[in-house]
Design a binder for this molecule. Structure first.
Ligand SMILES: [Zn+2]
Length: 379
């Protein structure tokens, strides 16, 4: 058997134990103290294996960085592994969804997105050390504290680290129950459209009013038509709000719109369409804010090359490695957009990210850990 795979299998119980500790250390984005507890736990687990530092994340928890000490002389360049410490689950979620093993899976808040990827990576680094497999590059791990809310404070750090890296390996979950790697992700953005009309009494003075709600409804119809499925552009009016009482002509109404683009070059055109929205009823005014947050991760030649390497390394272990494209964003969007070859989806194989059935497949723990180790050694 492949030495990395047999190493990972021999460590199965230890990996599960680490995962349990990680999941039971809850770390919702909006609770900096909780995220920092998780960051401390990470630091404990890598102590001795590398140099750890953290940097402030503003109102969020601290961002974590570790430079690993690995076998191999004369290293040139570096590889950046990327993950996040925060989850979407509030403190206390463990009460209704405790860490447990059942039906061939491990369950718990944040296990798939993305504590499994972090646990696999730590054991992959241990495998390289203990098997004394030489590595040609310096290897760094960065774990951001604000990924689930858009990575505003970590983005500059991620981009700075990526610029000095030859490749980025993203430890987010794979796609579906076969754990396909991710070679393309859509760009993600948000717009808020606020309409201001003129309030009046719906009975006494109806004609003096200009309904912001009626105006917004017409605008939403227009906005929804910006979707172009063939080009991978989606526009989703996801939240609406407005009005005060049914007998008042509404003075104000707003919509929050999620946008996704497969290609960066489609973003400016879409933004322009939003900015050129004009009121149907001239008595109303429209205010637009927002734009693209994460650029798309496009399937560049560098990305494809990384994927092919992973596929070959997987085949050497008897594992079929496939690729996929997704509409969801990750911090890999930022690094790929800089032109740094990025391979995403290397973490847990399972389902239910952000959902109560969040879980990973037990029998895919070892091969994922071994694949990450093999990639780091081969790059
Ligand atoms: Zn994630």
């Amino acid at each position: 058997m492949h030495p990395l795979l047999s190493y990972a299998q021999s460590k199965h119980n230890e990996i599960v134990a680490l995962l349990r500790e990680m999941v039971e250390c809850e770390s919702p984005t909006d609770d900096a103290a909780a995220v920092n507890r998780f960051v401390d736990l990470l630091g404990d687990k890598v102590s001795g294996a590398g140099k750890v530092k953290t940097c402030p994340g503003g109102k969020f928890g601290r961002h974590f960085q570790c430079e690993f000490a690995l076998p191999g002389r004369r290293k040139t360049g570096r590889i950046l592994a990327l993950g996040h410490s925060d989850t979407v689950w509030p403190l206390g979620s463990l009460r209704s969804m405790p860490f447990r093993e059942a039906e061939g899976r491990l369950w718990g808040p944040g296990i798939l997105d993305m504590k499994a990827g972090l646990a696999f990576f730590l054991f992959a680094m241990r495998a390289l050390r203990e098997l004394e497999i030489p590595v040609r590059r310096n290897v760094a791990l960065q774990v951001n504290a604000d990924e689930e809310v858009g990575s505003d404070t970590s983005r500059p750090i991620t981009e700075k680290e990526a610029r000095r890296s030859a490749a980025v390996l993203v430890l987010e979950p794979g796609t579906g129950l076969s754990g396909k790697l991710k070679t393309a992700r859509k760009g993600v953005g948000a717009f808020e459209v606020t309409v201001r009309g003129r309030a009046s009494h719906a009975g006494v003075d109806f004609e003096a009013g200009a309904s912001a709600i009626v105006e917004l409804a017409r605008q939403i119809d227009r906005i929804a038509a910006f979707t172009n499925l063939k080009r991978g552009i989606t526009v989703n009016p996801g939240v609406i709000e407005g009005g005060s009482r049914s007998n008042v002509v509404a003075a104000e109404a707003r919509v929050e719109v999620d946008i996704r683009v497969a290609r960066l070059k489609d973003a400016p055109g879409l933004e322009k369409k939003f900015r050129s929205l004009r009121p149907f009823d001239k008595r109303c005014s429209i205010e637009i804010s927002g734009g693209l947050n994460r650029p798309p991760m496009e399937r560049s030649a560098g990305v494809v090359e990384l994927f092919r390497l992973a596929r070959r390394l997987g085949a050497e272990m008897g594992v079929v490695v496939e690729e996929s494209a997704t509409g969801g964003g990750s911090d890999g969007n930022f690094t790929a957009a800089l032109g740094v070859p990025t391979l995403d989806g290397l973490g847990g194989v399972g389902e239910g990210a952000h959902a109560p059935n969040e879980s990973i497949l037990v029998d895919r723990i070892a091969d994922r850990t071994a694949l990450i180790a093999a990639l780091v050694a081969a790059l």
